[in-house]
Design a protein around this ligand. Structure first.
Ligand code: 4AD
Ligand code: MG
Length: 427
């Protein structure tokens, strides 16, 4: 049994009989031939049935997405999709029950209702492969830099990113929350492993109907003992650049399928531009936006700041009360914290949020109170500041948003097989 990629390889060596398994991707019946474009996980190949073939009628009756096994001779054909054509001799039908529900020009809503079937489309298939490759390069980078991969929990007792977006779950008569971020647990693990990262689902009960928000997403997070915010940002820059360079060098065909020029990703090299929160507000006011000091920049602002950039932009030094309770105040910059968001170019939005963490017990307890959080839920987290506390930093990256930018796609659902959003949890 050959896959289509191996057909290509075999063709270089010989021509001859093949037995191919796959699904009917396209189907065209004429008087003189039935053309079946067969797909498997490696690609597509055109199979031709002539009227003198005993299986000609069976081939004419095939539905799109039927599963079949086709035997025949393969010959190279420049004009055929996939560069080869199979002259079919025998057709074995595995399943040909009903006409496929998906036809041309159906609404996005319908395609999402039948996502379990529309995931077979080339676009999402290739996005899944691109995601797999991208994650491989992230992991490669962490490994090169001496990080340990760790596996934190999903049931948690407290949020890292504010109560408003927590999903509550009943837990044997008590209630727990789905994790918003592994950060607090990664902080516990730096005391044994020093440099750790994790890839976990994160959950946000955000009622945001945008092209960038999911209620469930895969979060790549890292935490580093002894590192300050400067080192943290330098690392993020090198990491994003490493992944972009690898995608541009090794995944050209995938990028080009999405109309993305690999040369553009090649430009993503350190240093990335940096702008303080104050500078960002000033810049936005200059551009005519009605925004004031203390406002959180939204999508149109992010778009305005990044639309002409080739590389991501760091916005740093946010006002203390705008961000999370655990961020280290900047002694040289009163009222500000040592935190930065990384915004992807061309309005793709925030892909990374990171900061230096408060490592002094008294200050952390003060901040927990000021933010109106329940001290009981954070007792264990405060404990980390009692025994051998050290300065440390970390960040979290949204993998779907990052891929959306790398492939330059308009919507986050384009890179997710089964997106979870406010209105969508089926199938
Ligand atoms: O900026 P956030 O909320 O930061 C944290 O959760 C930190 N505790 C991470 C850390 O320091 N370990 O989220 C981090 C990133 C965002 O920059 C964004 O890319 C992504 O997670 N993200 C989302 N992606 C998709 N849908 C959502 N609703 C998202 N919310 C955040
Ligand atoms: Mg953020």
């Amino acid at each position: 049994m050959e896959s289509f990629a191996s057909v290509q390889e075999a063709l270089e060596k010989k021509q001859g009989g093949f037995r191919l398994r796959g699904w009917v991707y396209r189907h065209r019946v004429t008087k003189n031939a039935v053309f079946v474009l067969l797909r498997d996980s490696t690609g597509v190949i055109q199979c031709v049935f002539k009227p003198d073939n005993p299986d000609f009628q069976k081939a004419s009756d095939l539905y799109i997405e039927s599963s079949v096994i086709i035997e025949g001779e393969v010959r190279p054909d420049e004009r055929a999709p996939g560069g080869a054509e199979l002259k079919a001799e025998k057709l074995e039908v595995v399943c040909n029950r009903e006409p496929f529900v998906i036809t041309k020009d159906q609404s996005t809503e319908f395609l999402m209702d039948v996502r379990h079937l529309s995931v077979r489309a080339q676009k999402i298939t290739r996005a899944m492969i691109a995601r797999e490759k991208m994650m491989k390069y992230f992991r490669e980078f962490f490994e090169k830099e001496g990080f340990h991969e760790v596996f934190p929990p999903i049931f948690t007792v407290a949020g890292a990113e504010g109560g408003a977006t927590l999903f509550e779950v009943p837990y044997f008569g008590k209630k727990v929350y789905l994790s918003q971020s592994a950060q607090l647990y990664l902080e516990a693990l730096i005391f044994s492993l020093e440099k750790v990262y994790s890839l976990t689902p994160s959950f946000r009960a955000e009622k945001s109907h945008t092209s960038k928000h999911l209620t469930e997403y895969w979060h790549l997070e890292a935490e580093m003992a002894w590192w300050d915010q400067e080192k943290n940002m330098d690392f993020q820059e090198r990491m994003i650049s490493y992944v972009c360079q690898k995608m541009a060098e090794n995944e050209k065909a995938l990028l080009e399928y999405f109309g993305r020029d690999p040369a553009d990703l090649k430009k993503v090299e350190p240093p990335f531009p940096r702008m303080s929160y104050d500078e960002a507000i000033e810049e936005l006011q200059k551009k005519g936006f009605d925004i004031e000091y203390g406002d959180d920049p939204g999508a149109p602002h992010e778009e305005a700041l990044t639309k002409d950039l080739d590389k991501p932009l760091f916005i740093h030094s946010f006002p203390e009360d705008m961000k999370a309770f655990y961020m280290q105040p900047d002694e040289k910059n009163p009222g500000k914290v040592k935190a930065a968001d990384m915004l992807a170019p061309k309005g793709h939005g925030e892909i990374i949020g990171g900061s230096e963490r408060i490592w002094d017990k008294d200050l952390l307890e003060k901040k927990i109170k000021e933010f109106g959080l329940d001290p009981k839920a954070y007792e264990w987290y405060v404990d980390l500041r009692r025994y051998g506390s050290v300065p440390h930093s970390g960040f979290g990256l949204g993998t779907e948003r990052t891929l959306k930018w790398i492939l330059d796609l308009p919507h986050i659902r384009d890179v997710v097989p089964f997106p979870r959003t406010v209105n969508r949890y089926y199938p």
